[in-house]
Each structure stands twice: as structure tokens, then as C-alpha cells.
Design a protein around this ligand. Structure first.
Ligand code: ADP
Ligand code: MG
Length: 249
């Protein structure tokens, strides 16, 4: 791992205690460079969400640690914007107030806040929905709000856990393109968790392939395909087949 790694996952293990104790992760290790787009893939139950929660400072590791720009994670960090699969929007707040949430927490003044919220809503193409409530939005729109909210505080890293798992295939590929263009425009480091190999090969510079029982890193795959990527390309299909093969080994 090089010195300019933005995110370092250093030998992370996690055991959930209690009656049905589970070893969820065992010695997970990888680094993410500044500005890199890394996907973590693996079958259901291999510990992806557990790893995501540990990186996000929402859960502690049993052994090992995660460092963001060299600093160990002990609690949720403002360097990190989190996007969940289940949106986690506030239903009683309008779209613009949802996006403003992190800025309010940071005591950003009203004027600067409004400006930033407008810019973020433009970025995700939701300017027209600013005054709607979440219940009025489709899944794809809700997830755009989630992304705008995460980006509003200008975190160094965007951390996403199966963010497009609840939207239809067509919306998902639109969101892929939007996310990639946001990534290009902002230069953020993105760490994206998914069980969908196709999605990972569409998005990632590198793919951390995990196996289960307990969760561990199988292999780290350099995707090495030009962007924009063509899913009908033979090289694309080969990468997908290769990663699928690793998972089902
Ligand atoms: P994934 O996101 O890859 O599907 P998870 O991280 O959700 O995997 O789960 C990994 C393992 O840890 C599973 O066996 C799951 O049942 C267990 N697990 C996850 N969260 C908890 C928890 N809060 N308490 C106990 N076991 C858990
Ligand atoms: Mg999960």
C-alpha cells in the first residue's frame, strides 16, 4: 500500500458476539488511492455491509483498523459521505432540506447553505424537485437526493452500500452514468459496495472480490477497460466472467 492511499483497510476482522456469534470478516486488507473508484463485490452475507459500516465509523472492528488519509476511523468522519441502500431520507423534510442536513450540522450559514444545496441538486438533476417531499419521489430520485446530501458537505470520499439495489435496471444504468460523471467532475474517491458483478465492472477502476465464511478478500482485480465502457464489448464480458468465476470458486 502506498503512502498516498486515501483509505487503508488494515487487517480488519469483525466478530458479532451474542448467542449466535458470527465471524463476519477475517483479516480484510486493501487500500484505495486518492480519486480512485473501487468496488467491493461478493455474495450476500460475505460481510460487505459490515465492512462498509466499519469504514464509515458506524461499527467498530474486532481487530485491525481503517485509516482515512492516515487517521484511524473511530467515529463517523466529515471526510466521508455515506449513501445507503435504503435512502435514509427524512420524510418530514423537503428535498432541499434533506440535502441541507449535513450543512446545518456544520453550522454553515443560510445563504451559503442554499447556494450549495442548489448546486448539488443541479449536479444530480433534481433542481425541479427541490420543494417536494421524499414520498413524492421515485426510488431513483430518492437515491439522487441521497447522493446530493452526501456530497453537500464536500467529503473527500464517497462511501456507498448497494445504493442502486432498489431501482429498476434502466434507472440504474442512468444512475451509473450520472455517478461516473459526478466522479469525473469532482475527483472524489469512491468506495462502492455491490453484489452485482456487472455493476462493478461498469464502474470500478479496481474490484475487491470478497468470499464468505468468514468474509475475506479473494482477489483484487484491475478492471483495465477504457471509459466510457461498452457493456456489449467482448472485453467487458470477459472481465465479468472472470470476476464471477472468482466468486463462485
Ligand atoms: P453482506 O452485506 O455482504 O450481505 P453483512 O455484512 O450484512 O453481509 O453480513 C455478514 C455476516 O454478519 C452475516 O452472516 C450476517 O448474518 C452477520 N451480521 C451482520 N450484521 C450483524 C449484526 N448486527 N449482528 C449479528 N450478525 C450480523
Ligand atoms: Mg449488505
Amino acid at each position: 500500500m502506498s503512502g498516498d492511499d486515501r483509505v487503508v483497510v488494515d487487517g480488519v476482522s469483525k466478530r458479532y458476539g451474542g448467542e449466535d456469534a458470527v465471524q463476519a470478516l477475517d483479516g480484510v486488507e486493501f487500500g484505495v488511492d486518492d480519486g480512485e473508484f473501487v468496488c467491493v463485490v461478493g455474495p450476500s452475507g460475505c460481510g460487505k455491509t459490515t465492512l462498509f459500516r466499519i469504514i464509515g465509523g458506524l461499527e467498530s472492528a474486532t481487530a485491525g483498523e481503517v485509516r482515512l488519509s492516515g487517521t484511524p476511523v473511530t467515529e463517523p468522519s466529515p471526510d466521508l459521505g455515506i449513501v445507503f441502500q435504503e435512502y435514509h431520507l427524512f420524510p418530514w423534510r423537503r428535498v432541499r432540506e434533506n440535502v441541507a442536513f449535513g450543512l446545518e450540522q456544520q453550522d454553515v450559514g443560510a445563504e451559503a447553505r442554499e447556494e450549495r444545496v442548489d448546486a448539488m441538486l443541479d449536479l444530480v438533476g433534481l433542481g425541479d424537485a427541490a420543494d417536494s417531499y421524499p414520498t413524492a419521489l421515485s426510488g431513483g430520485m430518492k437515491q439522487r437526493v441521497g447522493i446530493a446530501r452526501a456530497l453537500a458537505v464536500d467529503p473527500e470520499i464517497l462511501l456507498m452500500d448497494e445504493p442502486f439495489g432498489s431501482v429498476d435496471a434502466q434507472t440504474r444504468s442512468m444512475l451509473h452514468e450520472e455517478l461516473l460523471s459526478i466522479w469525473r467532475e469532482t475527483g472524489k474517491t469512491v468506495l462502492f459496495v455491490t453484489h452485482d458483478v456487472d455493476e462493478a465492472v461498469t464502474l470500478a477502476d479496481r474490484i475487491v472480490v470478497m468470499g464468505a465464511d468468514p468474509g475475506h478478500v479473494r482477489e483484487i482485480v484491475d478492471v483495465g477497460l477504457d471509459r466510457p465502457r461498452d457493456r456489449t464489448d467482448e472485453a467487458f464480458a470477459e472481465q465479468v466472467a472472470y470476476v464471477r468465476g472468482l466468486i463462485s470458486e
